[in-house]
Design a protein around this ligand. Structure first.
Ligand code: URA
Length: 295
């Protein structure tokens, strides 16, 4: 049984995790999967196994003083080999690829404008507005989700619905916020898709392929110290893996030398609260990995 302090108890309560509970011990547990849009079940492995990182049982909130104020160099010692198939999405035609290549040179403002005016896929016809992201571009933490839902499409901001509220509570525990107050550290939140799929259906491979350069450029410009990939579409895009979340979590992966922690999508956690305890362990690993990246 964990020895947790009152702050941690409050966080667990905020995440809806009942106390007391046992710390999970199996790193690659089988989970009960749903067939719904955010089901965290996938089919084929495409990335080599990464070395399991030490999992702390009591993650420390990230302190502002512990984090440098400038973006430092990326950790390089523990980079895992690139997957054989770096992208799990449908390849673009030559013409499409050329038209997307200019994105890699864009400034932040140019990128924001390009996303807001994007017509590269059919989702532009049904969106209210494109949802670029939220947070400070200087953030050292980045969260990657799937796609805007109905609320996000209306408000123009990622994760503003129920899943977003859970995400915010989880981030609060790490002393992170999209709009930081006092000693909180900024986090940047973005999605794989910038436009809402109709009826919140799953992103299609062609849509992910068209939208991926935007996320790639966001990451290049932000240069976060750590990325949390929430759900299988974030994992597919960042790691090129179709492996199940339950098999990828508990390890430190990398996207272009940036540590990536895989965790369940908050919407999945709302439907499967029993897995919140695993998400808590993922937060522990994220905090630990972030601290190590500062060394
Ligand atoms: N789910 C996501 O993945 N992103 C959002 O912005 C909202 C819900």
């Amino acid at each position: 049984m964990l020895n947790i302090n009152p702050h941690q108890q409050a966080m667990l309560k905020a995440m809806g995790i009942d106390l007391p509970w046992q710390q999970p011990t199996a790193p690659a547990e089988k989970t009960s999967h749903t067939a719904s849009e955010h089901a965290e079940q996938t089919v084929a492995a495409s990335i080599p196994p990464a070395a399991p990182a030490q999992r702390q049982q009591q993650p420390k909130p990230v302190s502002a003083s512990a984090a440098p104020t400038t973006t430092a160099s990326q950790p390089s010692a523990s980079v895992h080999p690139k997957p054989e198939h770096p992208s799990a999405v449908t390849p673009l035609s030559d013409a499409e690829r050329q038209s997307r290549e200019s994105i890699a040179q864009m400034s932040w403002d140019e990128l924001t404008q390009a996303v807001s005016q994007c017509t590269a896929c059919q989702l532009c016809k049904t969106r209210t507005q494109a949802v670029f992201g939220v947070g400070q571009p200087q953030a050292q933490w980045m969260i990657v989700g799937e796609a805007p839902g109905e609320n996000e499409d209306k408000q123009g901001e990622p994760f503003v619905g129920q899943a977003g509220k859970l995400l915010d509570r989880m981030l609060m525990y790490l002393n992170l916020a999209r709009r930081p107050e006092k000693d909180q550290l900024p986090v940047y939140i973005a999605n794989v898709l910038k436009c809402r799929p109709p009826r919140n259906r799953n992103p299609e491979p062609a849509e992910m392929a068209q939208c991926a350069p935007y996320l790639q450029r966001q990451i290049e410009l932000i240069q976060p110290k750590l990325i949390m990939a929430t759900g299988r579409f974030a994992v597919q895009t960042l790691l090129g893996s179709h492996e199940a979340i339950g098999r990828l979590r508990g390890q430190v992966h990398h996207y272009k030398n940036i540590p990536v922690i895989v965790t369940y999508h908050p919407a999945y956690l709302l439907r499967n609260p029993v897995d919140k305890r695993k998400a808590w362990a993922d937060l522990c690993l994220a905090a630990d990995t972030f601290d190590k990246a500062q060394l």
